[in-house]
Design a protein around this ligand. Structure first.
Ligand SMILES: *[C@@H]1O[C@H](CO)[C@@H](O)[C@H](O)[C@H]1NC(C)=O
Ligand SMILES: *[C@@H]1O[C@H](CO)[C@@H](O)[C@H](O)[C@H]1NC(C)=O
Ligand SMILES: *[C@@H]1O[C@H](CO)[C@@H](O)[C@H](O)[C@H]1NC(C)=O
Ligand SMILES: *[C@@H]1O[C@H](CO)[C@@H](O)[C@H](O)[C@H]1NC(C)=O
Ligand SMILES: *[C@@H]1O[C@H](CO)[C@@H](O)[C@H](O)[C@H]1NC(C)=O
Length: 616
């Protein structure tokens, strides 16, 4: 940056300042010759770029576009493209997108498949979010008690948009109100904290058309009133709303839900509704807040309902389920994880006709439900039994998550008839999660035997963190032949003998795509198992073998595994193995990578070494 400025650079500098000043002559900038105009854009700070773009002569008025012969439609398009390129560069330089970096290395033709991004829109959306976050921090640190719109934005954020050390040019943009009013219309997706939810927020965000809103830490009536204004203003666009860490008595839940669907709302706008890590304070008096009940009944477009980690009890869960069933809901994802809802479905067993054993027709279904997440709900044997009856109402379920429930062997045994029946249906179960369900080797082996014999095999099974011991080896090996594509047996205590027994059983080609065998203390036998598995699983893409006590001596085997994988394996996690202590392990293994594949994760006692697939 220490080069001698050229005449053009000086010109650009002068124009830039004029643009930042918004001195009324902006339309004339469009009369600049294209060479200068096009070179100007990449040098403008965001605020100037915005000023210039706002002053763009409208397409219908001929004054500027067509006064100049060189501005043919193709040129016009080019001009829009140049703005877009400038916004993209600004976005990337401010929030360098680390996780997406690899995309930049892809060949041109692949990159064209990137979804079309409106960089100007996401630039200001994210800037506004940064301003809101900074304002929230300011308010909580300084106990500021004026108007929210008057909170001053830190210089660091202002410099991003004006590049100026001297911010006295225009005082208007020092305050949050300026940013909300000017850039609010670009916000589709915002996160609000409790301090934002004041009466004024509706006015500040009056121009935005939000599609996704995340709300944190609200608990008072005033906050809910402020929020409800925003909800009402965005009734035509707001598709997803998520509450996190909120304390909401039933009356407030009702107020929120009513602003989402009463008052002439389109009932099909809201798609995702979520309350997480929150509490419905008086749930024993109002197990299901009336407003929520009517929202669930009315919102015909609702596809995902998440009520997770809300100290919810069985009665609320029951009423949610019954409401959805009664209204013939089109819900696709129901997540009730991390509550305490044992007993929630008992009426399906005791109250209604025994549906599995009779021909009686049922006329209500959750016909669209694909994913049911009941993880960590203290569900036990009896719940598995009742679930079996309730499952009939969910004919299209594909993903069932029962992890972290003390179901034990008995619970699974009771549930097995459902799995068998389900595999004969049009839509069989594809993914089953039973991690940490207190299964024993016997119970898990029985389950795997049934699953192996199903008409349509499961695609994915997760039974990690159950104490299955090394005796589980043979069952595991046999099950691998069943056609399973993804398997998690993390931390089941396989040990050396478990791995070698499993290896013995691998006699045919496997359909396996990903497997997690981490935390199993398999030692050198883990490597032998891997070697056998790789040779029989042509589609294998991902292996997690971390924390298995694999010693230095397993290195030759691992090398031959990599050689056999011929670059088809994409991920291999070898962290927390003694093997990693070898000094030059990373470079030794790197020799077997083809086009950077697989990604090999290693750890060392000093620092963890990571081989990325695009390591330059
Ligand atoms: C900031 O800019 C104003 C006018 O644009 C000028 O009067 C003032 O001296 C500048 N301050 C500094 C510290 O450069
Ligand atoms: C709703 O949530 C699902 C995940 O549950 C997500 O895939 C989808 O994009 C979300 N829809 C909207 C409109 O935000
Ligand atoms: C199910 O639970 C497991 C943890 O056992 C979690 O990793 C997974 O994301 C969950 N899946 C679904 C679809 O809820
Ligand atoms: C198991 O390993 C896979 C990668 O192979 C990973 O995606 C998954 O999160 C792991 N599961 C657990 C429970 O750690
Ligand atoms: C492999 O599994 C371990 C848990 O055993 C987990 O911590 C790690 O994140 C997994 N690795 C990958 C790449 O998912």
């Amino acid at each position: 940056m220490s080069e001698v400025p050229s005449l053009i650079t000086l010109c650009i500098g002068a124009i830039k300042n004029a643009i930042l000043d918004e001195n009324g002559n902006l339309p004339y900038v469009y009369k600049l010759p294209s060479e200068l105009f096009d070179r100007l854009l990449p040098h403008l700070p965001p605020l100037a770029l915005q000023n210039l773009q706002d002053a763009m002569p409208s397409v219908s008025s001929n004054d500027y576009w067509f006064s100049d012969d060189c501005l043919k439609p193709s040129r016009k398009r080019k001009r829009f493209e140049n703005f877009d390129i400038a916004w993209k560069a600004l976005y990337k330089s401010r929030w360098s997108v680390i996780q997406k970096l690899s995309v930049d290395f892809l060949p041109e033709d692949v990159q064209q498949d990137e979804p079309i991004t409106n960089w100007q829109q996401i630039y200001w959306e994210k800037h506004l979010q940064n301003c809101l976050d900074a304002a929230a921090e300011m308010v909580s640190i300084t106990l500021f008690d004026g108007c929210l719109g008057d909170v001053e934005i830190p210089d660091a954020l202002l410099k991003y948009i004006s590049y100026e050390g001297n911010l006295s040019r225009s005082r208007s943009y020092l305050k949050l109100a300026y940013h909300c009013e000017r850039f609010g219309l670009y916000a589709r997706c915002l996160r609000l904290q409790s301090v934002h939810c004041v009466a004024e927020i509706g006015h500040l965000l009056r121009k935005s058309r939000l599609e996704f809103l995340e709300v944190h830490w609200i608990k008072s009536k005033e906050q809910v009133e402020g929020l409800c204004k925003v909800l009402e203003q965005n009734k035509e666009t707001l598709a997803s709303i998520e509450f996190i860490h909120c304390k909401l008595p039933a009356s407030l839940v009702t107020a929120i839900c009513e602003s989402l669907h009463v008052k002439d709302f389109e009932t099909n706008v809201i798609k995702n509704f979520s309350i997480k890590r929150s509490s419905f304070l008086d749930s024993s008096y109002f197990p299901l807040p009336l407003g929520l009940e009517s929202l669930l009944s009315a919102a015909s477009g609702l596809t995902s309902l998440v009520l997770s980690d809300n100290h919810m009890w069985w009665k609320t869960a029951k009423m949610v389920f019954d409401t959805l069933l009664d209204t013939d809901s089109g819900l696709q994802v129901l997540d009730l994880s991390e509550n305490n809802i044992a007993g929630w479905l008992s009426h399906f067993k005791w109250g209604s006709p025994s549906l599995i054993n009779s021909d009686r027709q049922i006329d209500k279904y959750l016909k669209s439900l694909r994913v049911l997440n009941l993880r960590s709900n203290n569900l036990q044997k009896d719940d598995a039994d009742c679930l079996k009856y309730a499952m009939v109402y969910m004919p299209n379920l594909e993903v069932l998550n029962l992890s972290d429930n003390p179901l034990q062997d008995d619970g699974i045994r009771i549930f097995v008839p459902y799995l068998v029946k389900k595999s004969k249906c049009d839509i069989p179960l594809a993914e089953l999660y039973l991690d940490n369900c207190e299964l024993s080797c016997h119970g898990a082996s029985q389950l795997l035997k049934v699953l192996s014999a199903l008409n349509v095999p499961l695609k994915s099974l997760s039974i990690g963190d159950n104490h299955l011991t090394s005796k589980f080896g043979p069952s595991l090996g046999k099950f691998l032949l069943s056609g399973i594509q993804a398997l998690n047996v993390k931390g089941v205590g396989l040990g050396s003998s478990g791995f070698s027994d499993a290896q013995e059983e691998i006699t045919e080609e496997l359909s396996l795509v990903r497997i997690n065998i981490s935390d199993n203390c398999g030692g050198i036998r883990t490597a032998n198992f891997l070697s056998k598995m790789i040779s029989q699983a042509p589609n294998l893409v991902s292996v997690n073998a971390s924390n298995n006590w694999m010693p230095m001596e397993s290195l030759p085997t691992i090398c031959s595994v990599l050689k056999a994988a011929k670059g088809k394996l994409e991920h291999l996690d070898l962290r927390q193995n003694t093997l990693c202590n070898k000094g030059n392990i990373a470079s030794l293994l790197a020799e077997f990578q083809i086009n950077g594949k697989p990604n090999i994760l290693l750890s060392s006692p000093a620092a963890s070494i990571v081989l990325y697939d695009n390591d330059p």
